[in-house]
Design a protein. Sequence first.
Length: 376
Amino acid sequence: MKQATARQANFRICPECGTRNRPKWDFCAKCGESLQDVPLGEPAPVETAAEPLVDEAGVPWASTVGVAILIGATVATYWYFREPPASPSSEIFTLATLPPSLPPAGPPTAKQPGQDAYDRGRRLLDQGDPAGAARLFADAVSEAPDNHAYHHAHGVALWQSGARSESIDEYNEALRLSPDNPTYRLNLAKALVSVGRTSEAIREFEAVAARTPNAEALEEAARLYAKGGDYARAADEFRRIAAMRPNDAVVQQELASALEKSGQVDQAAQLYGQILQANPNADITRGLLAEIYFNRGQKDEAIALFRERLAQDAQAPLLHRGLGSLLERTGQIADAVNEYREYARRAPNAADAKQLAERADRLERRLAAAGAPPSS
């Protein structure tokens, strides 16, 4: 296992499981632990878990995929100089597709043709040498061309070494020999995603989910629907996952995001509200709900949503940022200046802290030029 280290302040490491998360997430993608108080780029006192291995008999939910559809962008510098900070994006809950991996090794059995090469290939793969492993798995395949596990292992090693198209051929061969294996089909679908064959990948993910309830396959399909702009289909898939995992806050966020993007704003607002009831410190979710209120013309309700939480936790930087944006857009410039400065003070290393501090200075100069009293 590799020790988690902070390279740049553009991620949050879960204090519970060590998973590296996007900076905009309210919850850890792997274990669901709250990330609200985790600073950007601070390593957790645990080791990052090695890539989970999937059981060949049935692929369990890989919770690292929980998160997120839609990765939100930090507000561009242009907007800091021309407009109030952009509202929270509903595209903030997406992780990349998990890479294919081998199932765990089974109990020792009598040696079969190709077994030695296969075992040595697994060891190289575990040691981070997929190219060397691929050569050994190819030897195993040549000795036992009808062994589906060898073809699958060869596909995994090819994929990890960058030979994505070649890995697809091996996954297809493994599935020809073992058509009901969900691990093989999942890895085939992931390889198809990696080479841009999205519609084929969706079919494979849905084929896995059709055989047995499989949250990973459903979420991968939902993410691809969303990426293609079909948010209604994405929402349908996330509803199925939410029914399987009713207490998973990440899935609830993804569903709400898909609902909002598909135009089902009332349902999205209701779901965001439910998430906040269960997780009052979900500041990103609070910002998304506030934006829905604001866009409906419920500006006082939107502002109140931030103020009620700040009354309980004045330390949360994102609340000050979101409130400042709403205040500026409603013409309450002096109050907006105070909130921007409070955000920059509490999150000095944030990507937009300097821009917002400078914006506060410009807004205050504008107030002074207009004869308005300065902010307190």
